[in-house]
Design a protein around this ligand. Sequence first.
Ligand SMILES: NC(=O)c1ccc[n+]([C@@H]2O[C@H](COP(=O)([O-])OP(=O)(O)OC[C@H]3O[C@@H](n4cnc5c(N)ncnc54)[C@H](OP(=O)(O)O)[C@@H]3O)[C@@H](O)[C@H]2O)c1
Length: 429
Amino acid sequence: MAKPVLRIGIAGLGTVGGGLLNLLSERPDFAPAGATVTVTGVSARERTRTRAADISNLPWWDDAAALAASSENDVFVELIGGSEGVAKAAVETALRRGKPVVTANKALIAVHGAALAALAEASNTPLLFEAAVMGGTPAVKMLREAMVGDQVEAVAGILNGTCNYILTQMEETGRAFGEVLAEAQRLGYAEADPTTDIGGFDAGHKIAILAALAFGCAPNFAAAEIEGIDQVELLDINLAHDLGYRIRLVAQAERSEAGVAVRVHPALAPLGHPLAETKGALNALFIEGRTIGRIFIQGPGAGAGPTAAAVAADIADIMTGARRPVFQAPAAALAPFAAVDATHAVGRAYLRLLVKDEPGVIAAVSETLAEANVSIDSFLQKPVHDAGGVPIVLTTHATPESALVEAVRRIGALPAVLQAPRMLRIARV
Ligand SMILES: NC(=O)c1ccc[n+]([C@@H]2O[C@H](COP(=O)([O-])OP(=O)(O)OC[C@H]3O[C@@H](n4cnc5c(N)ncnc54)[C@H](OP(=O)(O)O)[C@@H]3O)[C@@H](O)[C@H]2O)c1
């Protein structure tokens, strides 16, 4: 008996769209128990652009929303990107018509996920987004499906390959942030406008989605506290290494009685720890389940092939007819999580100071920390620095964030301290 045919429309023919077209032309029967996939329409901005995949025989649509509305496809795949505009309009159009949607668009899901889930569930239509987080590494299905029998307490990981590539290169080649970023842009690892990646916003979108899946709440990107890697200096990478740590951009979401804390910031992970050993453009994620315990996954977080494979896995799910809530809980039960103020967080920190080379400075710093109720765990003083001062670095014991911030303010005001102290958190891993 001939296999059934599933007709799909694809909007967005860039890295991921091109990867998907190539996957489908090579393996239209990729889903072992499912239908044969055929592409019945494509849309992007410029019809004549040279592309990674051949679209010469595919019907072209100027308007992605019109493609989403067309009765010539059964599934709409959105690979344009961006939380607003064309991508949002096209996805809403498909869902209103009861047409299943697959998207890789983390910005859209992180910002409008709850409203889109309501639309999808009102028409009993799947809205799937495996490719939106960790590209080809299946974090979304793991949290939405495989972990549903447990209660997830926390998720934390490295969710932006561009940042991890830059941090790895800085450490391995001894070059400054700006130089490595420029090279990453030349090689195509970083966008021409790198703000979304290096500012931590891309990782923020992804952790907001993972938090929603893990804790059964609405994604709340606006409540995420986000700091990127643009202020990470080579000096800190080297000093952290001397202390036995590696700097990583860590995205984490943690549930407590007070609510959910979602954060992205550069943090020190101990050498030898899986987060510290995740190098280059790889992504990594810890999931902490109350009864299962700790799970760790690591893999590619981007790229045409891995991301297209994740999109294809969602298309295969649609073939099975399985219906699950978009985010673990039904849309009507999704509430934005109560955001926990970061000043209540308790953690260890790394402080780097540049001080005058004179007696009594270290005692003054230690006293100031003690007055702010911050206790020192380790201390490192480096030989005299070219900037006219002496760098000193210390790590603290676990301290409330509010005390750390106050200590940094007081230390910065000491006459012997030559520039504002640099504080980085030590990852709770
Ligand atoms: N790249 C990755 O590895 C990766 C990994 C995970 C998730 N994602 C997500 O996947 C989505 C696509 O990413 P990408 O890297 O493939 O992006 P991309 O290479 O920049 O491609 C974007 C595509 O969207 C089209 N497009 C842009 N604006 C449009 C508009 N106003 N109307 C119609 N089409 C428009 C572009 O058309 P033209 O080609 O004609 O300009 C292009 O084909 C994004 O949501 C991204 O966050 C990407």
